[in-house]
Design a protein around this ligand. Structure first.
Ligand SMILES: [Fe+2]
Length: 224
C-alpha cells in the first residue's frame, strides 16, 4: 500500500501502537466507515456536537468504500484545537476510507471557516492528518488493531508525536469499548436489524468483501 507523504521531511510521524479488540474485525470496519460516530464516541477528542448533523457522501470504489463529508463553520474538536495554526471556527473534512480486505485510511482536514471545499485549494494554514489503521482478525471474536498517523506539521517534534500517541490511544480505547459492546449486543440480539441511510457504506463493504472471500474459497480447496 502506498503511504502518501512517507519520508516527506515536512511531515511528522506518530509511530502508533496496537491493541487487541474483543470483537469481530467487521465491527471495526463498520466503525471506520461511519464518520458520524465521533459525535458520540469521541466527545473529548475527535468529535463534538457539531459532528452530529452533516450527512456524508458514500463512494463505492473497486478497492474499497469511502464515506466523507465537509462540516462548515464549526468549532474544532478538542483533539485538534492545540495543533491548529488558525483561531476560530473551521471547515472540517472527514475522509473515511476502508480498503479490502481490512485496512483504513482516515484523513482529517481542518481549514479556517469559509475556505474549505473539494473544489478549492487547501488554505496555507491547513491541518492535515492521515491515520492508517490495520485490522487483523485473530478469529471470529478477536481482532488485532494496529495504527500510525502522518501529520503535515512539526515533523521532528517529539513532544507533538508523544501527545498524538497518547490522545489517539485514548480515543481508540473509546472505539474499542463501543465496538466490543456492539459485538456482544449483536451476538445476543433478540430483534431484527434496522439499517439506516448512513449504513450504506459499511453494508456495501461487508457485502463485497463476503463476495471476494467466497470467490477465493474454491481456489483454497483445490490447492489442498
Ligand atoms: Fe473512532
Amino acid at each position: 500500500m502506498n503511504v502518501e507523504h512517507w519520508g516527506d521531511s515536512a511531515w511528522g510521524l506518530n509511530r502508533g501502537d496496537a491493541m487487541t479488540v474483543e470483537a469481530n474485525y467487521l465491527y471495526m470496519t463498520d466503525n471506520l466507515l461511519d464518520p458520524s460516530h465521533v459525535a458520540w464516541v469521541h466527545q473529548t477528542s475527535f468529535g463534538n456536537a457539531a459532528c452530529a448533523d452533516d450527512v456524508p457522501d458514500t463512494t463505492i470504489a473497486d478497492n474499497g468504500v469511502i464515506v466523507s463529508r465537509w462540516m462548515r463553520d464549526t468549532e474544532p474538536a478538542p483533539f485538534y484545537q492545540p495543533f491548529l495554526k488558525f483561531r476560530g471556527n473551521c471547515d472540517r473534512k472527514q475522509h473515511y476510507e476502508v480498503r479490502y480486505p481490512s485496512h483504513a485510511i482516515i484523513k482529517a482536514i481542518f481549514v479556517p471557516a469559509g475556505t474549505g471545499g473539494d473544489d478549492k485549494p487547501l488554505h496555507q494554514d491547513v491541518f492535515l492528518m492521515d491515520s492508517y489503521n490495520f485490522l487483523t482478525p485473530i478469529n471470529e471474536n478477536l481482532t488485532r488493531y494496529y495504527w500510525f498517523q502522518m501529520r503535515n506539521f512539526a515533523p521532528n517534534d517529539q513532544a507533538v508525536s508523544a501527545a498524538f500517541a497518547t490522545s489517539v490511544r485514548t480515543a481508540f480505547e473509546e472505539d474499542k469499548a463501543i465496538v466490543q459492546a456492539v459485538h456482544r449486543g449483536m451476538n445476543n440480539k433478540k430483534s431484527n436489524n434496522i439499517d439506516l441511510k448512513i449504513d450504506k457504506g459499511p453494508l456495501h463493504f461487508r457485502k463485497r468483501l463476503a463476495q471476494m472471500i467466497a470467490a477465493e474459497k474454491p481456489t483454497l480447496v483445490a490447492a489442498e
